[in-house]
Design a protein around this ligand. Structure first.
Ligand code: IFM
Length: 434
């Protein structure tokens, strides 16, 4: 078993959360988000649940951050709709809250890793077309400035957007997340505008002299269901794993993406590529699982997922730690070379319930340490990986799955808001201090 000492001394260990999933969006003058609109539509979110109360972190952040003592860093997000309830006007109470949160983070010796967008677009901007509207880049730039005016002086690191693939493809083409569209043109426009908004925010952040700027992308390993499915794998890999990193680092979309999206991208998209590919200081890598892919009839992209009998999490996701090693290798070879990487999310949902006040979750400890071993071995092979954040600190609002799926290292009883650290959290903390 690897130890803390097998990692470079400066390597950071932390935990991650996002605003809408934990804060309690009903408090502090936050405005409705596209997730509130989405959850109000029957069948979109399990039980129609929302982030209105979530973990009530808005009132409990001091005690929650106490739990993190002994770790090095805390990855959190600011909520666009809390800071700008109608998408334009600044809510000072929202900024006051983040001011307090950042001070409380620093007071516990934790480095603040900010993500500016983790999916809570103000509903008012969603109504104007959201990510399909090119103006979103300017709206996001204005929001970026409002946040940084208040807390930019204390950030160890800032990411523009969390998981552009989910913000665009999962939400506008696959329809699983807000706004729930299933439309290839909406998907293509959202893909491009998310990148453009990132480019705009990077310019604003650079102009302010902010340091340590990046973006967080999600990646999945893959295997073909049969040898005949290799072409489908290439299309899956292009859309899932290369559709954002290639524009960001090389200023172009992968050929296999253009094969399906060229006709649907906004006019003159090529003119934006220089802004989109401005240099990053680091890349965030979110990794959870592997997919088994097979060819499918019908329109592009003509692939689908196959179920396997591999061990699974509560989400039904295959547990495949080697995929993290494969992803880190692919990134270094094909795109990022020596750019610093952070594993900004990795973790598993499990059907945890306290037994006499104890939550024994050995599967989560195994998941954690087997993924850390992949990172350690990548570093030993020369990869420049500088930190790891477990997803998530707390059980929380798991988007379309509501509160049913528990990713936390800390159990949350959503009736009483009682927190109970799970055994995996105790194991992580003692591993860190050994
Ligand atoms: O909960 C999400 C998070 O918001 C983004 N990345 C994946 C997590 C688990 O699904």
């Amino acid at each position: 078993m690897i130890t803390r000492k097998d990692f470079p001394e400066a390597f950071l260990f932390g935990a991650a959360t996002s605003a809408y999933q934990i804060e309690g969006h009903g408090f502090g003058g936050a405005g409705p988000t596209i997730w509130d609109t989405f959850a109000a539509q029957p069948g979109r979110v399990v039980n129609g649940e929302t982030g209105a109360i979530a973990c009530d972190h808005y009132h409990r952040y001091e005690a929650d951050l106490d739990l993190l003592k002994g770790l090095d860093a805390y990855r959190f997000s600011t909520s666009w709709a809390r800071v700008m309830p109608d998408g334009r006007t600044v809510n000072q109470a929202g900024l006051d809250y983040y001011d307090r949160l950042v001070d409380a983070t620093l007071a516990r010796g934790l480095k603040p890793f900010l993500t500016l967008y983790h999916w809570d677009m103000p509903a008012a901007l969603g109504a104007l077309g959201g990510w399909e509207n090119r103006d979103v880049a300017r709206w996001f730039g204005d929001y970026t400035d409002a946040v940084m005016d208040r807390i930019g002086d204390r950030m160890a690191s800032t990411a523009t957007i969390n998981e552009p693939w989910c913000v665009s493809w999962l939400s506008h083409f696959l329809g699983h997340h807000a706004p729930g569209k299933q439309d290839i043109t909406a998907g293509a426009r959202a893909v491009h505008h998310v990148l453009l908004a990132h480019g705009e925010a990077m310019e604003r952040l650079r102009a302010r002299g902010q340091k340590n700027l990046g973006i967080v992308l999600n990646f999945e390993a893959s295997q073909p269901a049969t040898p005949q499915d290799t072409p489908a794998i290439a299309r899956f890999d292009a859309i899932m794993n290369r559709m954002f990193i290639e524009p960001l680092t090389k200023g172009r979309y992968p050929e296999l993406v253009l094969e399906g999206l060229d006709a649907h991208l906004p006019e003159n998209w090529q003119d934006d590529m220089a802004r989109i590919s401005a240099p990053l200081d680091w890349l965030g890598v979110n990794y959870y699982t592997r997919q088994t892919i097979t060819e499918a009839p019908g329109p592009w992209p003509r692939y689908t997922m196959r179920k396997t009998d591999a061990p699974k999490t509560q989400m039904g996701w295959d547990i495949y730690p080697e995929g993290l090693g494969e992803t880190l290798k692919m990134l270094r070879q094909d795109y990022t070379a020596d750019l610093p990487l952070f594993v900004t999310e990795n973790g598993m949902a499990w059907d945890d319930s306290p037994q006499d006040g104890v939550i024994d979750d050995p599967a989560r400890s195994d998941y954690l340490f087997s993924h850390l071993a992949q990172i350690q071995s990548a570093i030993a092979g020369g990869a420049n990986i500088q930190g790891y954040f477990y997803w998530s600190l707390l059980d929380n609002f798991e988007w379309a799955f509501g509160y049913e799926k528990r990713f936390g290292m800390i159990h949350v009883d959503f009736e009483t808001q009682e927190r109970t650290p799970k055994n995996s959290f105790h194991a992580f903390k003692s591993w860190l201090s050994a």
